[in-house]
Design a protein around this ligand. Structure first.
Ligand code: ME8
Length: 516
């Protein structure tokens, strides 16, 4: 048998100096859905996340909390691991930047860039923001009444002078532009690529890539006084997970298919990272997949506003699948999105409980009651049956294309389009009235409805895995018959097969006051 096609996807690696927030949960859920979808579609998938554990900010936060940086990193890493499990979005591997395997990989990549002649020692002075771990140009700064200067991100900056190693980023501007030109999908959605191209066209300066003012980082090879700039360290995590340099069993996964990241870190991923890899003579990732930011009722989350929401609490309150569905359906991928209690409840009650849950409950209960709890006979097909079935089977390719293009909201809109058609079909056919007049036709309608539910549930596994699994259980679909290759007429439900007793899967969300 031919080897399966590989698919390697990553999330950004969150800073280990704070607990998971809703943006992290969103990114993890989306990446998990992409990974699950490709796995369902028969690919050999590697899904990796990690923790960004070095840098001055880590050192400072740990000191404030009376911890060592590693203790802080351990605590945060455990929180992120728990979040991944809770959200049903566990990765295959977690690269922590303090791990020996990572340090070795980063040092090797550094050595390769140095061997290329792209690293030199010089002096750096400039306006540095500790919070952003970035230098800013004088012209980008703003000043308050007291004369204090701030970065464009609003964080305070201070004047820093230090000896530093530099990477010859300036030498890569033309090469990067040629690369973007040849690979117009390198950054998606396109608007983010356009921003990057415009930025690179203005010219690139060499990049300071080491620090001597703190020591919580990976030491520069052959110069212990310097630790590496966190972004050289952090970006390389994607590469660490593949054992590419060691030629290990995961080497086949490099280059990555997709790095899924938020819009604030596109420059690091679409400029620095490919430049480092070009310099080290290593293959470039295929795509940088950018998502927008999530806002709480239009407001940016911040500790001072007090609207930082623990994603675990949301998952407990609404249910994991409901939360996953909400994020992936509500927010057009790549754009910013909002979440609010009302919007989440609306999606739960309209889409999950009503459209899908009710259809399944009504049709499966009728099958239990009228068809002896077995898949009914399909009987001869009329036009309404064929039209609905054709749309459902065609939705598989539609979803495939949408997920290939990292548009989960479009995939879900199409799947729910099928659910909507199925509801209209069910209402028009009125199978509950056919028992006396035409039981064979009633059975045919119930068969078609159940088969539609099978295709819908197969597709839903990537998005709402637990609920989709339960639907497939109720439809008697064997565990080894649940890939997308099974979402075809050849694998349709077989009449006469026993079905378990139906049970509701998506209850309506009832407000606490109403429940009283
Ligand atoms: O940036 N909505 O870590 P991080 C959506 N360590 N996504 C959000 C968000 C929001 N409100 N806030 C943050 C870092 N994110 C670096 C990454 S990768 C080599 C190093 C996203 O913890 C953000 O865009 O600040 C990023 O993709 C991820 O969460 C981690 O952010």
């Amino acid at each position: 048998m031919a080897d399966k096609k590989t698919f390697y996807i990553t999330t950004a690696i969150p800073y280990a100096n704070g607990a998971p927030h809703i943006g992290h949960a969103y990114e993890r859920i989306a990446t998990d859905a992409f990974a699950r979808f490709q796995r369902l579609d028969g690919k050999d998938v590697l899904f990796v996340t990690g923790m960004d554990e070095h840098g001055l900010k880590m050192q400072q936060t740990a000191a404030r909390e009376g911890l060592t940086p590693l203790q802080l990193a351990d605590r945060t890493a455990a929180q992120f691991e728990a979040m991944g499990e809770k959200l049903n979005a566990k990765a295959d591997d977690i690269v922590r930047t303090t791990q020996p395997r990572h340090k070795e990989t980063v040092r090797e990549v550094w050595r390769r860039m140095a061997a290329k002649g792209d690293i030199y020692l010089s002096k750096y002075s400039g306006w540095y923001s500790v919070r952003d771990e970035a230098y800013y140009d004088e012209g980008e700064l703003t000043q308050n009444a007291e004369g204090k200067k701030f970065a464009p991100t609003g964080t305070p900056v201070e004047w820093v002078e230090e000896e530093s190693y530099f990477f010859k980023l300036s030498a890569y501007a033309e090469k990067l532009l040629a690369y973007y030109e040849a690979h117009p999908d390198f950054v998606t959605p396109e608007k983010y690529l356009n921003e990057i191209v415009a930025f690179v066209k203005r010219g690139l300066k060499d990049l300071s890539i080491s620090r001597t003012t703190f020591d919580w980082g990976i030491k520069v090879p052959d110069d212990d006084r310097h630790v590496m700039y966190v972004w050289v360290d952090a970006l390389t995590n994607y590469f660490t997970a593949t054992d590419f340099l060691q030629g290990g069993p995961r080497a086949k996964f490099w280059p990555a298919d997709a790095h899924v990241i938020g819009k604030d870190i596109t420059r690091f991923h679409a400029i620095f990272w490919p430049a480092f890899l070009m310099s080290a003579d290593l293959p470039l990732p295929k795509q940088i997949v950018v998502h927008g930011f999530l806002f709480n009722r239009g407001e940016k989350m911040s500790k001072s506003v007090g609207n930082v929401i623990d994603p675990n609490a949301l998952a407990d309150h609404y249910g994991v699948d409901a939360l996953r569905y909400f994020f992936l359906r509500e927010v057009p991928f790549g754009q910013d999105g909002n979440y609010s209690h009302e919007a989440i409840v609306q999606r739960i009650n309209a889409d999950l409980a009503n459209d899908l849950g009710n259809l399944a409950q009504r049709s499966l209960s009728m099958i239990a009651k009228n068809c002896g709890g077995k898949v009914p006979a399909p009987g001869p097909r009329d036009e309404a049956d064929s039209t609905l079935l054709a749309r459902a089977y065609a939705s598989v390719d539609f979803a495939r294309n949408a997920m290939r293009d990292y548009l989960p909201h479009q995939a879900l809109a199409e799947i729910w389009g099928v659910v909507g058609d199925a509801n209209r079909y069910f209402a028009a056919q009125e199978p509950w009235k056919l028992g006396k007049t035409d039981p064979a036709r009633r059975d045919a309608v119930l068969y078609v409805t159940a088969e539609i539910l099978r295709v819908v549930a197969l597709l839903c596994q990537a998005f709402i895995p637990e609920a989709a699994g339960k639907f497939l259980d109720l439809l008697g679909v064997a565990v080894d018959q649940r890939t997308l290759a099974h979402a075809t007429p050849d694998h349709a439900l077989v009449a006469g097969q026993n079905l378990p007793a139906p049970a509701p899967i998506f209850p309506r969300y009832v407000e606490a006051e109403e429940a009283k």
